[in-house]
Design a binder for this molecule. Structure first.
Ligand code: CAA
Length: 285
C-alpha cells in the first residue's frame, strides 16, 4: 500500500512538528485540532520554521510554498475519511486517546494505518480500542521533531509485518531513522531518559544543587546538548509526570516514583517552555 495522505491529530508541539516533516517529505498532510485557535497556532509554528530555513538558505521560497501547499488545517476529525496514515499526537491520557481511536476507527478507510506518537502508553491497549489492531502501531517522534533524527517504532501485540514495514519506509521518507523496540511501559527512550530527568528533579527537591548547576554538570561532564532540567522544560513537565506515572504503575517499581517537586510544578501550571515557566522562567523569550 502506498501512503499518499497523512492526517495528524493534534497541532501541539509534537503534532505540528510531525505535520511539518510529513509535508516536507511530499505527503498530502492534514493537521487537526479541536479549536481553530490551536490549529492556527500549530500552522504558524510550521510557517515560522520554514521561513527560518528559507532565511538560512536551507530551502528555496518555491519549496516553502510547495510544502505549505501540501498542508491543510482542519477542526473536523471526519476529514480523516480519506487518510492512508493517521498519526495521533494528543495529550498523554489513555481515556482521551481511546475516544479518539474509536472515532478514527469509524471514520478512516479500512486500509488506513492508525499510528500513535504516545511517549509511554501501551500500543497494545490503544490498538484494542479499534477493530483493526493489526493496523495500529507506535510512531514515537522526538522533540523538536524537525531536528531530531529518531522515530522509535513500537509494535503492539497484533501489529502486522506489513504495517511495520510501511511505517518504517514512511519514517525514512520523512528523513528520520526508525529504530524498533517492544511494547513495554516507557519503551526504550523514556525508560532511560525520564529516570535521569526525575533524578535531577529529586536533586533539585533535596537542594543538592540549583537547576543551572545540575544542567551544567550534565552538559559539560557528559556532553549532553542540554541539561535534564532544560530538557524537562522542553518536553513539558506534565508530559514528564504522565510518563513517570505510566512506568511507576506499569512496573510497580519505586525507581520510577515522581519527585514531589515535579508534581508541585505541574499543580502550579508551571509546565515548561509552553507555559512560559517551568523549572526555568521563559517569560522574556
Ligand atoms: N523547531 C525547529 N527547529 C529547531 C527547534 C525547534 N523547536 N529548536 C532548534 N531548532 C533548530 C535550529 O533552528 C537550528 O537549526 P540550524 O542547524 O539549521 O541552524 C538547530 O535546531 C540547532 O538549534 P540551536 O543552534 O538553536 O540550539 P542547539 O544547538 O542547542 O540545539 C536542540 C537545540 C536541537 C534542541 C539541542 O539542544 C538538543 O538536541 N537537545 C536535546 C533534545 C532532546 O533530547 N530531545 C528529545 C526529548 S525526548 C522526546 O521528545 C520524547 C518524549 O517522549 C518525551
Amino acid at each position: 500500500m502506498e501512503i499518499k495522505k497523512i492526517f495528524v491529530v493534534g497541532a501541539g508541539q509534537m503534532g505540528n512538528g510531525i505535520a511539518q516533516v510529513s509535508a516536507q517529505a511530499g505527503y498530502d498532510t492534514v493537521i487537526y485540532d479541536i479549536t481553530q485557535e490551536l490549529v492556527d497556532k500549530g500552522v504558524n509554528i510550521i510557517k515560522k520554521n520554514l521561513e527560518r530555513n528559507v532565511a538560512k538558505g536551507k530551502m528555496s521560497a518555491d519549496e516553502q510554498a510547495a510544502i505549505l501547499g501540501r498542508l491543510k488545517a482542519t477542526t473536523t476529525l471526519e476529514d480523516a475519511a480519506d487518510a492512508d496514515l493517521v498519526i495521533e499526537a494528543i495529550i498523554e491520557n489513555f481515556d482521551i486517546k481511546k475516544e479518539v481511536f474509536e472515532k478514527l476507527d469509524q471514520i478512516t478507510p479500512p486500509h488506513a494505518i492508525l499510528a500513535t506518537n504516545t511517549s509511554s502508553l501501551p500500543i497494545t491497549q490503544i490498538a484494542a480500542c479499534t477493530k483493526r489492531p493489526e493496523k495500529v502501531i507506535g510512531m514515537h517522534f522526538m522533540n523538536p521533531v524537525p531536528v531530531m533524527k529518531l522515530v522509535e517504532i513500537i509494535r503492539g501485540l497484533a501489529t502486522s509485518d506489513e504495517v511495520y514495514q510501511i511505517v518504517e519506509e514512511t519514517s525514512i521518507k520523512m528523513g528520520k531513522v526508525p529504530v524498533w523496540c517492544k511494547d513495554v511501559p516507557g519503551f526504550v527512550s523514556n525508560r532511560v531518559l525520564q529516570v535521569m530527568i526525575n533524578e535531577a528533579l529529586w536533586e533539585l527537591y533535596e537542594g543538592v544543587a540549583p537547576a543551572e548547576n545540575i544542567d551544567n554538570i550534565m552538559k559539560l561532564g557528559m556532553n549532553h546538548p542540554m541539561g535534564p532540567c532544560a530538557l524537562a522544560d522542553l518536553i513539558g513537565l506534565d508530559t514528564v509526570l504522565a510518563i513517570l506515572n505510566v512506568m511507576y504503575t506499569g512496573y510497580g517499581d519505586p525507581k520510577y516514583r515522581p519527585s514531589p517537586l515535579l508534581k508541585q510544578y505541574v499543580q502550579a501550571g508551571w509546565l515548561g517552555r509552553k507555559t512560559g515557566k517551568g523549572i526555568y522562567d521563559y517569560s522574556n523569550q
